[in-house]
Design a protein around this ligand. Structure first.
Ligand SMILES: N[C@@H](CCC(=O)N[C@@H](CS)C(=O)NCC(=O)O)C(=O)O
Length: 246
C-alpha cells in the first residue's frame, strides 16, 4: 500500500496518473494547500520542502519509505514496478531528459506565468511578458519533439505523465493549443486514457468553490475548435479521498 499525499494540481496528477497506470494499491491522504496543511510539521517530516505530492511506500524493503518531489516519485515508482521507464538504453535517457526538462523548465516557468497572469498582473507587465514568452518557447520545444512521434520519449511513460497536467492548464499560462498542433494531438491522446481520467478526477470534489471553478474549465475544455469532451471515470480511490478529508 502506498500513501499518496495529494491535492488536485499539476504536480500531484503526475503521481496519481502513474499509480493508476501501474495499478498499484494506494490511498489518498488529502493535504489541503488552500488551508496551508502542507506547512504542518507532520507533513514536512515526509515532504521537507512543504509541497505536494509526496508518498510513503508502506511496503518498501526495509520499512516505510517516504519520497518527495514529483520527479523523484515517478522514478521511484517506475523502478519499483519496472513500468513506464526503460531500465537502460536510449529510451531511458530520453525519458530522463524530458522528465528533467519538465521539472526544471515547463513546470516552474508555467507556475510563474500563472502567478503573474492570474494573481499579480497589475504593475508586473514585464514578468507577465517574460514568463508567458518563455512558456511559449517551451511549448514550441515540446511541439517539435512530438512531431512525428506519439509520445515524448520512446514509449508512453513518466515523461508524458510529468508534462500532461501542466499542459492541461495551457490557458492559464496564456497559451492556445491551436499554436502547437503536435502538443494538442498528444494532450488529447493522453486525456483519453482511463487512468489519466481517474487521476484527473481524484478529489476534485474536495476543492473550495473558488478553486473548483478553475478545474471545471475553461482550461480543460480546450480550444473551441477541439470540442474536447472527456467523461470522467469515477476513481476507486475517491471514497478514501473523501473519508480522509473528513
Ligand atoms: N518541485 C515540486 C513542486 C511541488 C509544488 O509546487 N506543489 C504545489 C502544488 S502543484 C504545492 O504544494 N503548493 C503549495 C504551496 O505553494 O505552498 C514537485 O514537483 O514535487
Amino acid at each position: 500500500m502506498i500513501d499518496l499525499y495529494f491535492f488536485p494540481s499539476p504536480n500531484t496528477w503526475k503521481v496519481a496518473i502513474m499509480l493508476e497506470e501501474c495499478g498499484l494499491p494506494y490511498q489518498v491522504r488529502l493535504v489541503d494547500i488552500t488551508k496551508d496543511e502542507q506547512l504542518t510539521d507532520e507533513f514536512q517530516a515526509i515532504s521537507p520542502n512543504g509541497r505536494v505530492p509526496a508518498i510513503v511506500d508502506l511496503d518498501a524493503d526495509g520499512g516505510p519509505q517516504a519520497v518527495f518531489e514529483s520527479g523523484a516519485i515517478l522514478v521511484y515508482l517506475a523502478e519499483k514496478t519496472g513500468m513506464f521507464l526503460p531500465r537502460s538504453g536510449p529510451g531511458r535517457i530520453a525519458a530522463m531528459e524530458w522528465l528533467f526538462w519538465q521539472m526544471g523548465g515547463l513546470g516552474p516557468m508555467a507556475g510563474q506565468a500563472h502567478h503573474f497572469i492570474r494573481y499579480k498582473a497589475e504593475g508586473n507587465e514585464y514578468a507577465v511578458k517574460r514568463y508567458q514568452a518563455e512558456v511559449a518557447r517551451l511549448y514550441g520545444v515540446l511541439d517539435r519533439r512530438l512531431r512525428g512521434r506519439e509520445w515524448i520519449a520512446e514509449a508512453y511513460g513518466i515523461a508524458d505523465m510529468a508534462s500532461w497536467g501542466w499542459v492541461w492548464f495551457h490557458r492559464m499560462h496564456g497559451q492556445s493549443l491551436d499554436d502547437f498542433p503536435d502538443v494538442s494531438r498528444w494532450f488529447f491522446a493522453m486525456a483519453s486514457r482511463p487512468a489519466v481520467q481517474r487521476a484527473r478526477a481524484l478529489a476534485v470534489n474536495r476543492l473550495p468553490d473558488s478553486v473548483q471553478a478553475i478545474f471545471d474549465g475553461p482550461f480543460y475544455q480546450g480550444d473551441a475548435d477541439k470540442g474536447a469532451q472527456v467523461s470522467y471515470v469515477q476513481s476507486a480511490h475517491e471514497t478514501s479521498a473523501s473519508s480522509e478529508a473528513q
